[in-house]
Design a protein around this ligand. Sequence first.
Ligand code: DC
Length: 227
Amino acid sequence: MTTTGDSTIPVLTIDGPSGSGKGTISRLVAERLGWHYLDSGALYRAVGVAAGWNDLDLDDAGALVRCAFDTEIRFREAADGELRVLVNGHDATDELRTETAGAAASAIAAIPEVRTALRDRQRAFRQPPGLVTDGRDMGTVIFPDAQFKVFLTASAEERAERRYKQLKEKGVSVTLAGLLREILARDARDANRAVAPLRPAEDAVRIDTTGQPIDAVVQQVLAVVRR
Ligand code: DC
């Protein structure tokens, strides 16, 4: 039997591909429930960024596994309510959001020992009164015994458009076609890797967010918990 922390503490897992709205929806749902929130992708991104700082080769699995064990990752809520991520004591929040960090995270996330190195850290977030966590394998591998599971999807075109708007607002110059290509490549890598591939847990409620306003999705997710 997998030990994933105190099983009396409720967990809501929200898995799905990048751009499905997981991050925004999970944060809002955690806020409404008054539960803790874990962005598991940030852990993979943090290891990717730390590997970059240390000039590690993305093909050197041994070095990346050591990096996953050694990197200190902390989350801190800033005065404006935004969640900041400290990697080895440095605020790396903005760097974590870059496409480079996402691509590095996706590559290192395919290494089984890296996933094992991060597993117990993720489970430690299961604290009262409850946890909302988003990622790829939250409902399948990290918290298979979660009381509530959701799998969010959206068309690749809409996900690329959402990302395009976000990056444009930040003044980053990208093309929609390029983003769509990257999203499809990342989906394929995350879904086809041998270990913990992106797939819905059998007992997850699937919600397609294409064309839906954020609050409508938040209500549907809250209904899963309140049901
Ligand atoms: O959710 P995100 O885009 O921040 O995740 C970045 C990468 O990390 C993603 O391409 C796959 C990987 N990841 C993972 O393998 N398992 C998770 N639970 C979360 C993220």
